[in-house]
Design a protein around this ligand. Structure first.
Ligand code: ADP
Length: 186
């Protein structure tokens, strides 16, 4: 099974994607995690990405598409995967479709975790206090939400058009949300 997880920052997609990957045996690939690790170690990619990330902007498409191309070429995703945080722009979504076509990979579902802005702001402010992530300050959070609505939300329609979008109510307890996801992807 090959899945893409979509949802605004703070929608819980990372948490749920990890849980589902473990339960059904899929590779979990989070572009946010890969980028944060690259920044920490100080690789070329990390140096290029850091400024965009602290401002709550998206890292340029060419950098991130390159990263995903490497993963697809490595064969690591062969036995099923969950992409978390990619695609995030229409050019990324279209390149992903091309990569999949070339490598004969089928995308089964795009799972959207639907959460309203008020709930998102509340959750991210809570996470900022606990984890101290550099991009969880109030202004940056608002910017990330705006970026999501403008640049990422159009992807929902793109996958809806391919009849693979599944929207899941993303408010409630983590367990309740996981149950909803298992019903469509378990
Ligand atoms: P969140 O979903 O909470 O915003 P992520 O961990 O998915 O957090 O991403 C953190 C940051 O990493 C983003 O704000 C962005 O700067 C960068 N990033 C992650 N994935 C992508 C992507 N596909 N394209 C561009 N930038 C990305």
């Amino acid at each position: 099974m090959n899945l893409v997880f979509l949802g605004p920052p703070g929608s819980g997609k990372g948490t749920q994607a990890i849980r589902l990957a473990e339960k059904v045996g899929l590779v979990h690939l989070s572009t946010g995690d890969v980028l944060r690790a690259a920044v920490k170690v100080g690789t070329e990619l990390g140096k290029k990405a850091e400024g965009f990330m602290t401002r709550g902007e998206l890292v340029p498409d060419d950098l991130i598409i390159c990263l995903i191309e490497e993963k697809v070429a490595s064969g690591d995703l062969k036995s099923g995967f969950i992409l978390d945080g990619f695609p995030r722009t229409m050019p990324q979504a279209e390149s992903l479709t091309d990569m999949f076509t070339k490598n004969k990979i089928g995308l089964d579902k795009a799972i959207l975790l639907d959460v309203g802005d008020a709930e998102i702001l509340k959750r991210l402010k809570g996470r900022a206090e606990i984890e101290g992530r550099a991009d969880d300050t109030e202004d940056v959070i608002k910017n990330r939400l705006e970026v999501y609505r403008k640049q990422t939300q159009p992807i929902e329609d793109y996958y809806r058009g391919q009849s693979i979008l599944v929207a899941i109510e993303g408010e409630g307890t983590p367990d309740a949300i996981f149950e909803r996801i298992l019903k469509v992807a378990g």
